[in-house]
Design a protein around this ligand. Structure first.
Ligand code: COI
Length: 360
């Protein structure tokens, strides 16, 4: 039993031989996977069933499997840390799994039982805990995802699904580590529109970003900043992170308008800034306003927030060829304070006064 819910027994089949643990400098992001994965199946009428932990490895699907054709799929990204006293803890697990369910409803995917999936995840973490790295800046990235599995190539809502959880020990998401990133303000492509899928964590949003991202890379930028798809005017998000501006000591981030992903790190930063007595505002902010604030010397900091990206200072913005430097391309004081606090709680060196961490 878990939190009063009667749990189905999770069957476990272990690897015969444990994999070789990576060294910290081999980590990078998302290339290495642990020994095991969690799987659960869904069938109409039967619900989610057969939770199991099996060796990480290939999985076969028929070519007609519907997810390959129409993209009815969702995912999450969360992190586990090894704390300074050698405990494994997950950051805001329920927040991520609740968002997983919100994404599910946007994609007509059946709801999961959060406590049941969390129990499966924690059992998987217990089994593969040796894979959680400990160095500051490293963590175990957790990737839950659901794919639709009907063997049918008509467009419809699938009646069967599989939920997977895979684990990947990671370092920094960006190749330049936690140094300020350069960002192109995208004026050709769009990511999402209100009424679409922008607020769901679904592959389509990431497929949408590839052309723009490839062009920005060619031009020497790390990331693109999306503007709203209708007016090409209001700042939305970066795709791998939400965006914050510090203007005249006010912390501003775009409001969740329906086309932006509601980041858990975004929420964490808002809660933290408020608890520190800072003025925080969620509202529409146009790119002109950002550039005007810069011209007046009022744009103090720009930074992104994300699970993979953590707190990522932005050193340069470029909009229609017009470049501005932020804080002399240095990490700002506020971004640094946030980074130190959030990672301090995650690694156990700062008391967890907001109860963000769930021990495995
Ligand atoms: C995250 O987990 O932070 C993501 O946004 C997913 C991907 C960019 C790694």
């Amino acid at each position: 039993s878990f939190g009063g819910i009667v749990m189905t027994e999770i069957s476990v089949s272990k690897v015969e031989q444990a994999g070789v643990l990576p060294t910290d400098d081999q980590l990078g992001f998302g290339k290495i996977f642990t020994d095991h994965m969690f799987i659960m199946d869904y069938e109409e009428g039967k619900g989610w069933h057969s939770p199991r932990i099996v060796p990480y490895g290939e999985f076969s699907f028929l070519p007609a499997t519907i997810v390959f054709h129409y993209g009815q799929a969702i995912f999450e990204g969360m992190k586990a840390f090894r704390t300074s006293n050698d405990q494994i803890a997950v950051f805001r697990a329920n927040h991520y799994l609740n968002r997983f369910n919100r994404s599910a409803s946007h994609l007509c995917i059946p709801q999961i039982n959060v406590e049941e999936v969390k129990a499966g995840l924690f059992q998987l973490l217990e089994l593969d805990k040796a894979w959680v790295p400990s160095k500051l800046g490293t963590s175990l990235y957790i990737r839950p995802f659901i794919v639709s599995t009907d063997g049918y190539i008509g467009v419809k809502v699938s009646s069967t699904y599989k939920l997977f959880i895979i684990l990947s020990p990671v370092g920094a998401y960006y190749s330049n580590g936690f140094n300020p990133v350069s960002i192109k303000v995208e004026d050709k492509y769009v990511r999402a529109t209100k009424g679409g899928l922008g607020q769901a964590k679904t592959p389509a949003n990431y497929a949408m970003s590839l052309n723009a991202q490839a062009e920005a890379h060619e031009q020497g930028f790390d990331q693109v900043l999306w503007l709203d798809a209708v007016h090409r005017k209001y700042v939305e998000e970066v795709g791998t992170m939400n965006i914050f501006f510090k203007i005249n000591d006010e912390i501003i981030t775009p409001e969740l308008s329906g086309s932006i992903l509601g980041g858990i790190t975004r929420q964490t930063v808002l809660e933290l800034a408020q608890s520190w007595g800072l003025k925080t505002t969620e509202r529409q902010i146009s790119i002109e306003e950002v550039y005007e604030a810069h011209a007046k010397g009022e744009l103090q900091e720009v930074f992104g927030t994300g699970t993979a990206a953590v707190i990522s200072p932005v050193g340069e913005l470029s909009w229609k060829g017009q470049k501005i430097n932020i804080n002399n391309n240095q990490t700002g004081e506020f971004a640094k304070k946030l980074f130190d606090f959030v990672t301090g709680v995650q690694y156990g060196s700062v008391p967890d006064e907001f109860s963000w961490m769930d021990k495995v």
